[in-house]
Design a protein around this ligand. Structure first.
Ligand SMILES: [Zn+2]
Length: 184
């Protein structure tokens, strides 16, 4: 099994599982790409890292990878609408609900709100459920998107003035670009 993407801490800066999942492309703006969920192993690695799939059963096939990318596309539609202060598109919401209800006995919701997935479909259902929960009860400051790359995040900084997915990446690049434009 080959892995194209090496997942690191900087891929998990959104502050929410569903938003981290939505951020599995290198950038969303100005045009989407490059893909980070290239191989089935990339999805298996992502899920394993956040503890959504038991190690004993990685089980990601091409169909599951396609389902994951389709779920991500739904997440972009619903959270872009949220950011633009529009109602969530009914078809995208229906897609999330469909993803959430697909598995039967491969998803366990525990009394404390935690979840266990036995299969990849169960894992994707959990991502969809987390997204729905976030849409129903968004943080007061809302979900935002990075000025530079479009990655989603929840701004929990004290001044609520976070503009970048990460200061280490987009923040520094934006500063460097501003420096160049004022010192050219
Ligand atoms: Zn960014």
């Amino acid at each position: 099994m080959t892995t194209t993407t090496e997942w690191v801490e900087d891929h998990f800066v959104a502050g929410h599982l569903a938003l981290d999942f939505a951020n599995t492309v290198y950038r969303r703006w100005p045009e989407p790409g490059p893909e980070l969920l290239v191989e089935t192993a990339d999805l298996a690695g992502w899920l394993a890292l956040i503890g959504l799939v038991p190690d004993s059963e990685p089980g990601v096939d091409e169909a599951a990878l396609e389902d994951a990318r389709a779920l991500r596309a739904l997440l972009w539609r619903v959270f872009d609408a949220h950011i633009d202060d529009r109602s969530i598109p009914a078809s995208a919401l229906a897609g999330l609900l469909g993803t959430a209800r697909r598995p039967t006995d491969d998803l366990t919701l525990h009394a404390d709100g935690s979840t266990t997935a036995q299969t990849v479909q169960g894992s994707l259902a959990i991502v969809a459920l987390r997204a729905i929960a976030l849409l129903l009860d968004p943080p007061p400051q809302g979900v935002r998107a990075c000025d530079r790359c479009g990655w989603f995040f929840i701004d929990s900084s004290r001044g609520r003035r976070r503009r970048w997915c990460s200061m280490k990446t987009c923040g520094n690049q934006a500063k460097a670009a501003r420096f160049r434009s004022t010192h050219a």
